[in-house]
Ligand binder design. Structure first.
Ligand SMILES: [Zn+2]
Length: 296
């Protein structure tokens, strides 16, 4: 015990990751209420697809895109303090640059998926098919290499910009494709408190769902401790997604569903394949303002 206290005093224990502090969470922690194994072929997330995971009222799944980054460790610390687990969709080149963070995510019991190699600004939808597929394969390989094993079994398209040909290929490979049900819209600049208020407002209205966040955003890393506390206080339960062998139970979208993602991409002029010589967009979709963003 004195060893643990001494390590805490020296600030060393937090560097050791989840195993060292396992069991430190009491009933006041958010924790994980259940685990869903997800195998392909399947596409989930109502922002993009007409079906999602069969979550119960007030169940949420935490997903983080675009990492790892310098801010990721603080997100992992916050999750660990609440015995909470999340899914991280990693950009391959970021994983290659920060493999230690990838290994900590795995050691902490979080799930790691891939999110292309370089997150092309005009999305994979607009790349020629072979280039889009190369982005997917290279990204997954980079995540696996950083992880030290075959870890990246789940995939999320950058900017949710899929194409029917790439989806068909991923289906064939039985790779589950993740969209999201609830956006934190953290690509927009706001304070951590504004982001918390926006996201909790959306969760109260939706009753839960697959939440999209970015561990690359300082405002989000700052907000996560308060978000986890608010989820606990308002009776939300955390569901942990892990790779599985078969598609999970699904919930169909309500009648009249339309893809908010497609509407967004259309407004940005991203519909079909990019024409030769057309200018590439120079900022990732996530950096752009969400059209019709409702602030509350
Ligand atoms: Zn992204």
């Amino acid at each position: 015990m004195w060893v643990k206290k001494a390590l805490i005093a020296l600030g060393l224990l937090s560097a050791l990751g989840g195993a060292a502090r396992a069991g430190a969470c009491g009933p006041q922690a958010l924790g994980v209420s259940r685990t869903i194994a997800v195998g392909g072929p399947v596409h989930v997330g109502l922002k993009t697809y007409p079906q999602t995971l069969e979550l119960k009222d007030h169940e949420v799944v935490l997903t983080f895109d675009d990492g790892p980054a310098a801010t990721t460790a603080r997100v992992l610390d916050a999750l660990e303090a609440q015995c909470a687990k999340a899914t991280f969709f990693l950009i391959g080149r970021n994983a290659a640059a920060m493999p230690a963070v990838v290994r900590r995510e795995i050691a902490d019991g979080d799930t790691v998926g891939s999110h292309s190699y370089s997150h092309p600004g005009d999305t994979l939808r607009r790349l020629p098919f072979a280039a889009g597929l190369a982005e997917i394969d290279k990204g997954a390989a980079a995540v696996d290499k950083a992880a030290g094993g075959k870890e990246s079994k789940l995939f999320r398209f950058p900017g949710f910009g899929d194409s029917s040909a790439l989806l068909a290929t991923l289906d064939q490979k039985k790779v589950p494709v993740f969209g999201a049900d609830v956006w934190a819209s953290d690509w927009n600049a706001m304070t951590p408190q504004e982001e918390l208020d926006l996201l909790m407002g959306r969760l109260r209205r939706s009753g839960g769902g697959i939440i999209l966040l970015h561990d690359t955003k300082k405002q989000t890393a700052d907000m996560i401790p308060a978000l986890l506390a608010a989820l606990k206080a308002e009776g939300f339960q955390l569901v942990h997604v892990v790779p599985g062998d078969a598609p999970p139970a699904l919930k169909q979208a309500p009648a009249g569903w339309t893809s908010e993602t497609d509407a967004t991409l259309r407004k940005m002029g991203i519909e079909g394949p990019r024409k030769a010589g057309a200018p590439r967009m120079d900022v990732p979709l996530q950096e752009q303002r969400e059209p019709n963003a409702d602030k509350k």
